[in-house]
Design a binder for this molecule. Sequence first.
Ligand code: NDP
Ligand code: 2IT
Length: 450
Amino acid sequence: MEKHVQQYVDDFMAQIVAKNPGEKEFHQAVHEVVESLAEYILQNPVLQKMKVLERIAEPERVVMFRVPWLNDKGEIEINKGYRIEMNSAIGPYKGGIRFHSSVNLSILKFLAFEQTFKNSLTTLPMGGGKGGSDFNPKGKSDAEVMRFCQAFMTELSRHIGQFTDVPAGDINVGGREIGYLFGQYKRIRDEYSGVLTGKGLEFGGSLARTEATGYGLCYYTAEAMRVLRNDSFEGKTVVISGSGNVAIFATEKAQALGAKVVTASDSNGYIYDPNGIQLDVVKDIKLGHRGRIKEYAERVPGSEYHEGCKGVWTVPCDIALPCATQNEIDEESAKALVANGCTVVCEGANMPSTPEAIAVYQANNVLYGPAKAANAGGVAVSGLEMSQNSYRLSWTFEEVDGKLKSIMENIVANSLEAAKEYGHEGDLMLGANAAGFVKVANAMVAQGVL
Ligand code: NDP
Ligand code: 2IT
């Protein structure tokens, strides 16, 4: 990187760190984007003068609130609730809600920042947002989860709306939680609207939203491999982490495209099945009774369970699809992947690779599909759910799936086009950052100082 460009990046990051002390995940996400965009911004004085990237990195609004609820013993529990309304330049704030004990301001701001670019890449009219709570649903009864969701929505309801901010699911927020959240919104606001996506099919949900992130990840990966490598999933060995919504449907689509998926994991450990994962067993464990992935090895002869989730990256594969959580692949894991023959890493989770891991991919010519492009299928179908809600009709599975596939293929094409235009041919990361940025930046310049 040229000296004045590096200076711009360093100065920018010094400001970010000073203004957002201690928020290391947020710094990490911003740093990657600033490095990608620095040259382009320096070539376009209007973007510098209008402080577009500076404004994108400052949430328009952050709401933090108390969530008090009663557990099954009748005791009061108190959690923190958040909604980050990051950017509304190209549409209402849009992004998921995460319930996990690790949730804090830094994690939600990194996710909301990424979401702004991701949503722009879909080409649908959605701004960026993210929310959540440090509530841990593990071991909670269904009634406790319902009471928590009702308490959370009681406050959140005053900040969201179908034209202002439209949340959806993320880690530990799936169909059950969206149902409870929707019910409470409707009750409090007396309004039946598309204020949330990922809803049940009986009350305004879209077909294929459940599958969308995992399927979309495979459509993206297949298209990037086709264009850049003249290759496909056919006959490949695939390592997937996680065993939640994204992992399950990435496994399903990778298998349908002719690959053998050999792993699944959760935060306790991973399973390796050399014969290929039996997805009906995983679905029964995870979707059937919210069990642990360990159970798979007890049920499927020839498979193995290993404690600790990091070991999944030591399993030899051609393609790795991280689908669990942020920073799950560090430098050591990336090196293990490369040493064992992995040549493709596309991200289903948000920011699953550390900057050091990305450097390993780049140094070894790994086809690297960054999260904000590769996992955009979920929010893309959320956008299609909003369209269907506005029309008051629903499209068939095939219709939605077809639109999803073409959106993902377009993201590959648009990223590659942007990468080429900015002199970094074939760089899907830089291309995604640039393509996502330009639309938001142009809208912000046009709308004035806001
Ligand atoms: P789920 O809650 O359905 O599944 C999460 C999976 O990841 C579980 O297997 C969970 O294991 C594992 N996991 C979570 N935290 C950790 C951790 N700290 N270490 C190891 N494993 C962990 O969530 P999703 O599948 O929806 O989300 C997975 C990733 O995909 C997240 O990064 C999310 O932001 C991203 N994503 C999700 C989209 C969606 O539409 N749902 C869209 C785009 C991205 P355990 O049960 O032990 O916690
Ligand atoms: O990270 C993500 O893109 C999501 N969790 C999905 C967001 C959405 O609004 O569907």
